[in-house]
Design a protein around this ligand. Structure first.
Ligand code: P6P
Length: 335
């Protein structure tokens, strides 16, 4: 049973026997994430003081300007995860292709692949809005002893063994699941230790917050438009409120605590939606389901989607179970 104010290290040791695979492996994975999170947190918090704000001058595979901090966070997570003799491959939003991590013994004995968005919402950094790191962990499916292949990364979200995010906000939190519920840890920056501050997080079954970029309203499908009008329907005295930060991790985190639903639909501007299946939607969907929430592409669970390519985008509706199901009702009728 999680004890409030337990440290992350104590929590991992106490719960590692519940991890699907061998005990020490989870510890190494989460400890690598923890270390990288502390380093990135330090850089994010001082970004305004040194010359790492702004764009790096490069463009990533998504066609988005790479922020200097995107590159820094990306390199730090790759370096930290590569140093552990447990990860055989990494896929990042900032990398065109996956990165094979060859074990020191060159016998390809490492068993896990990690997919991540190193700094989600990074365009908000220059205006001091919270950003986050999102990670997703799978066990490889190709034989140990051989090189990692694309097949190891293109697994449905249902196969994740762990997933989580770090939100670099007014406080820095690490929120993750290994398939046994969701727990949140807050960093005490004075001593660099994460403490269990949100044990056994539960997504409220209902909520009054809807999060969508209403600037895209005229480009949405009829079903999405109808749902947004349902949220705004004052004649039924619906006390909904619109909250949209433009940083997925922050919008998700707030909605998981208060209740609410996040929408990033496809539109005439984004034919398949904007958010990436493998390193944004799947990990957030795993967290949502593990805390009693729901995540859908409007018709099917996100976690059941069979990925076709590394940077695949999908429509994304995620949050309080009843709110996602209401959206699915509208999508079923109006598309
Ligand atoms: P828009 C940030 O770029 C991001 O990937 C998510 O963090 C966020 O929810 C979304 O895009 C915001 O996109 O098109 O509304 O600015």
């Amino acid at each position: 049973m999680a004890k409030r104010n337990q440290t992350l290290g104590e929590f991992i040791i106490e719960n590692q026997n519940a991890f699907l695979y061998s005990t020490g492996e989870l510890s190494k994975l989460i400890n690598a994430i923890r270390l990288a999170a502390k380093v990135v947190n330090h850089e994010v918090n001082k970004a305004g003081l040194i010359d790492i704000l702004g764009t790096s001058g490069d463009v990533n595979v998504q066609g988005e300007d790479q922020q200097k901090l995107d590159v820094l966070a990306n390199n730090k997570f790759i370096q930290t995860l590569s140093n552990r003799e447990i990860v055989c491959g990494i896929a990042s939003e900032e990398e065109d292709d996956f990165v094979a991590i060859n074990s020191l013994d060159k016998k390809h004995q490492n068993k896990y692949v990690v997919l991540f968005d190193p700094l989600d919402g990074s365009s908000n950094i220059d205006v001091n809005v919270s950003v986050g790191t999102i990670f997703s962990i799978y066990r490889r499916v190709t034989p140990i002893g051989g090189p990692v292949t694309m097949e190891d990364f293109l697994q449905p979200g249902r196969k994740q063994v762990a997933a989580g995010y770090i939100v670099y906000g007014t406080s820095t939190m690490l929120v993750y699941t290994t398939g046994h519920g969701v727990n949140g840890f807050t960093l005490n920056p004075a001593i660099g230790t994460f403490y269990l501050s949100h044990p056994d997080m539960k997504y409220p079954e209902d909520g009054q917050i809807y999060s969508v970029n209403e600037g895209n309203y005229i480009h949405f499908s009829e079903g999405v438009k109808k749902y947004i009008k349902y949220c705004q329907m004052e004649e039924e005295d619906r006390p909904y409120t619109s909250r949209y930060i433009g940083s997925l991790v922050s919008d998700f985190h707030r909605n998981m605590i208060k209740g609410g639903v996040f929408l990033y639909p496809k539109s005439s501007r984004a034919k398949e939606g904007k958010l990436r299946l493998l390193y944004e939607c799947n990990p957030m969907a795993f967290l949502a389901e593990q805390s009693g929430g729901k995540a859908s592409d409007g018709f099917h669970p996100i976690l059941d989607i069979e990925p076709k390519e590394l940077h695949q985008r999908v429509p994304f509706f995620c949050g309080s179970k009843n709110m996602v199901e209401k959206i699915e009702e509208y999508m079923k009728i109006y598309g």
